[in-house]
Design a protein around this ligand. Structure first.
Ligand code: PMP
Length: 313
């Protein structure tokens, strides 16, 4: 089928008051080439989360955590928004801080890639580096130390333990998927980082239809190259995560995820980040076992955010 040459963006040319209003309502993309390996009754869809203004799915929870804190009075203009993040949440906080008029300080491992570092700084946020050897857990520990030492200075959203992280997906990501599939979704698969995406979206989808299967995806190894994802058995487990919420947990290798990134570029013309490659790889393997189904997964960010790493050639 030929599509309109003009096309439509997710914002549909609408008029909005601020960049905050551009968050969410991302397109649901059909991966028809990828699904050709499956039975005719199986289709695969993915939320194109790089359409968010900060470039990733993390705009959604960052918006909710910050707006809730402003409304409750916990975040006042004299406070600095400070949290740990390996990149995407950091960029979301930096963008929202610039838009809403708050200072932002990000704790991130020193080996954060150039694109992320430059984007955070371009929005005017400050970066405090934690040890590259300690990964995202080292950044979490340092952020908690900073907050404990300066309780009055900082508002720390604490995305790993903040229920608003999960609720952002419960209230936006899941209803979008439900409406965009007209209630036909049968499986939801998502990678785990803070677990907010999986926990919030999965919970709401199961309320719409308890038969929907939810599958959580983790890196196979403790030391992996899947930016944004966590190997739970060897990590500080986020307070918002409950493994029992998942019908299944599937582990994936870095190599297979990268192979799928390349394949998505070649066959679908879609340039996704590491965790998007992991998500589609697991979704396809799962889909191949089914006769019928509408599988939905998440593409958290774009591969453009990783170009300096040169992992594809
Ligand atoms: N992929 C990427 C690229 C991310 O930045 C994140 C966030 N850490 C995730 C996946 C996982 O999302 P969540 O934190 O909602 O589990």
């Amino acid at each position: 089928m030929y599509r309109s040459e003009a096309g439509t963006s997710s914002a549909g040319g609408s008029r909005v008051e601020s960049v905050v209003d551009l968050i969410g309502n991302t397109p649901l993309l059909e991966l028809s080439e990828t699904a050709k390996e499956c039975s005719p009754g199986v289709s695969i869809y993915a939320k194109a989360e790089w359409f968010n203004p900060g470039g990733s799915i993390k705009d959604r929870p960052a918006r909710r955590m910050i707006l809730k804190a402003i409304r409750s009075g916990e975040l006042t203009k004299d406070k600095v928004i400070m949290d740990s993040s390996s990149g995407n949440t950091a960029i979301a906080y930096a963008m929202l801080g610039a838009s809403l008029g708050y200072e932002v300080e990000i704790v991130t491992p020193e080996n954060v890639n150039t694109e992320r570092k430059k984007a955070i700084e371009a929005y005017g946020a400050k970066i405090t580096f934690s040890s590259p050897l300690e990964g995202s857990d080292g950044a979490i520990r340092m952020a908690h130390r900073l907050k404990a030492d300066n309780p009055e200075k900082y508002f720390m959203p604490d995305q790993y333990n903040n229920i608003n992280n999960l609720l952002a997906h419960y209230e936006t990501t899941a209803p979008e998927i439900w409406e965009q599939t007209k209630g036909a979704v049968t499986h939801f698969l998502a990678g785990l980082g803070t677990s907010g995406t999986f926990m919030g979206t999965g919970k709401r989808l199961k309320e719409y239809n308890p038969d929907i299967k939810t599958i959580a995806i983790q890196p196979e190894e403790s030391l992996h190259g899947l930016e944004g994802m966590k190997h739970m058995p060897t990590s500080i487990v986020p307070g918002i995560y409950n493994e029992e919420a998942a019908d299944e947990v599937v582990f994936i290798s870095t190599e297979k995820a990268y192979e799928m990134m390349e394949r998505l570029m070649d066959t679908e013309g879609i340039f996704v980040g590491h965790s998007g490659g992991a998500a589609v790889c697991v979704t396809l393997e799962y889909a191949k076992k089914l006769k019928e189904g509408v599988l939905v997964t998440i593409l958290p960010d774009s591969g453009r955010r990783y170009l300096s790493e040169g992992l594809w050639w």
